[in-house]
Design a protein around this ligand. Structure first.
Ligand code: URP
Ligand code: ZN
Ligand code: ZN
Length: 474
């Protein structure tokens, strides 16, 4: 709690009567906002009617006041193979704020022949179309003598995380020496590799055998990308990170074994972090036996129920740093057009809007996850691990006033028609979800009020991430 600011402080909005939840503290408090920032978190009623006229009051009685979500893994208008996902910044961030997320971290992924720094510059320019702020992960596919200078300029410009892949050969896959070189270079620049681990040679062999057995369509997807391909790749990348003493962040880990490898490495002093994504914690591979298997094709694939239970237990045990969405807004027609062959399919599920409500419902309401830990996974740690903390991810003086005023008892049935993502389906269709944002403030402006978009003006900013601290721990 901070002292009430002097009356001369330019408070323009007060969120009154709620329970403020940060990762490390929660309690009844009023939040004072001015100039787009949090000015104070004060005893209920401490800042009273002596306030000048024109101060907006928002009642948060019976509500949780959460730092707006930070989605560390969100693909906007993402091109992969022959397909481009269907949203732009305005659409993706509109969906984000409806779901309580007020910062997204997108990717600038080069096509063959493109330079990572050029792609990042083009992507960064789109941030202004957003209803909320955004940051970027760059991406390196191939090493050449221009890469060190590109990484220096990217990190100097506030893009400190670089996505790499051990799969998608011929598209974005990098070889091990390239990964080692990028890790080593970023280590000295305050940056970090964020990596998609699936051993491509294992997957391509399994897929060739699947093709020979006429088992390569969307309904076979889970079997074509086995767990051991993920686990083997995570072990290899951890060895590289440990060898060069570099930090590393594993995106969308989907198996408990992979999470355990990272946790054990952390125990040896490696700065290694696990991200899981909402669909791997909530959905399982029975989706591929349903009427629309193509809608659930993502990499890694949805896993068996035992694996999902094991992954959830790792979240509850504190071994997971962040939960992202891995949002990719393809529609059913795009996915269906090549669903006879998963190797040609656009991978990924829409989820930026549902990430926070679905995880609140499944892990907090049903699973007993403390709400402070929810904030840590959805907001504080994603901000920390992307060099955005304490500007984002916490409700404290000086932070951006991005707030999700959360009704922990609101219960809704998820329908794609009630969501705002630029696609025709949600993987959570028909699921009952408890816990939704009611009012969402972005930079001190109410953008969603009582569940309605009241300020559609795009004012998104591209965020410059600070260098990641050498003592980074989550
Ligand atoms: O299936 C997925 N995850 N698609 C998006 C690209 C990636 O691998 O993150
Ligand atoms: Zn990935
Ligand atoms: Zn992704």
């Amino acid at each position: 709690m901070s002292p009430a600011p002097a009356p001369s402080s330019p408070v323009d909005l007060v969120v009154r009567g709620g329970t403020v939840v940060n990762a490390d503290w929660q309690g009844a408090a009023d939040v004072l906002v001015g100039g787009g920032k949090v000015l104070g978190v004060v005893e209920p009623g401490a800042y009273r009617a002596a306030q000048p006229p024109g101060v907006t009051e928002i009642s948060a009685a019976g509500r949780l006041v959460l730092p707006g979500g930070v989605d560390p893994h969100c693909h906007v208008g993402f091109t992969s193979g022959d397909f481009t996902s269907l949203d732009d910044y305005r659409q993706a961030t509109t969906a984000a704020v409806f779901g309580g997320t007020t910062t997204i971290v997108d990717f600038a992924i080069p096509r063959p022949g493109e330079h990572p720094a050029d792609v990042a510059a083009a992507q960064r320019a789109k941030a202004a179309q957003g209803l909320c702020d955004s940051a970027l992960h760059a991406c390196v596919v191939e090493w050449d003598n221009t890469v060190p200078e590109q990484l220096r300029s990217l990190t100097a410009d506030g893009i400190v995380t670089v996505k790499m892949f051990t799969t998608y050969r011929g598209e974005t896959m990098a070889d091990e020496k390239t990964i080692l070189n990028v890790m080593t270079t970023l280590r000295d620049l305050g940056g970090m590799v964020v990596i998609h681990c699936e051993a491509d040679h294992i997957i391509s062999d399994v897929q060739e055998r699947g093709e020979a057995a006429d088992a390569i369509s969307a309904c076979h997807h889970a079997g074509t990308r086995p767990e051991l391909a993920e686990n083997a790749s995570v072990a290899e990348i951890l060895a590289i990170a440990e060898s060069v003493a570099a930090p590393v962040y594993f995106v969308h880990q989907s198996t408990p074994e992979a999470v355990d490898l990272v946790a054990r490495a952390r125990g040896r002093g490696v700065r290694a972090f696990t991200e899981t994504v909402a669909h791997h914690l909530v959905l399982d591979d029975t989706a591929y036996a349903g009427p629309h298997p193509e809608r659930f094709v993502c990499c890694p694939p949805l896993r068996g129920a035992d694996t999902v239970a094991g992954l959830r237990s790792r979240v509850l045990m504190g071994q997971v740093a962040t939960v992202g969405s891995d949002h990719c807004c393809y529609d059913t027609a795009q996915k269906e057009s090549v669903s006879h062959d998963v190797r040609a399919m656009p991978n990924g599920l829409p989820g930026v809007e549902t990430r926070m409500p679905v995880i609140f419902s499944e892990l907090v309401v049903k699973g007993g996850l403390p709400v402070g830990r929810f904030v840590e996974l959805m907001s504080a740690n994603p901000a920390r691990l992307n060099g955005l903390y304490p500007r984002k991810g916490v409700i404290a003086p000086g932070a951006d006033a991005d707030l999700a005023i959360w009704d922990p008892t609101a219960t809704r049935t998820v329908r794609s028609t009630g969501l705002h993502m630029a696609t025709d389906y949600t993987p959570y269709e028909g699921r009952t979800v408890t816990g939704w944002p009611e009012t969402v403030l972005v930079g001190g402006r109410p953008v969603i009020e009582s569940g309605r978009l009241t300020d559609p003006e795009p004012r998104g900013r591209h965020l410059r991430s600070g260098p990641l601290s050498r003592s980074l721990v989550c």
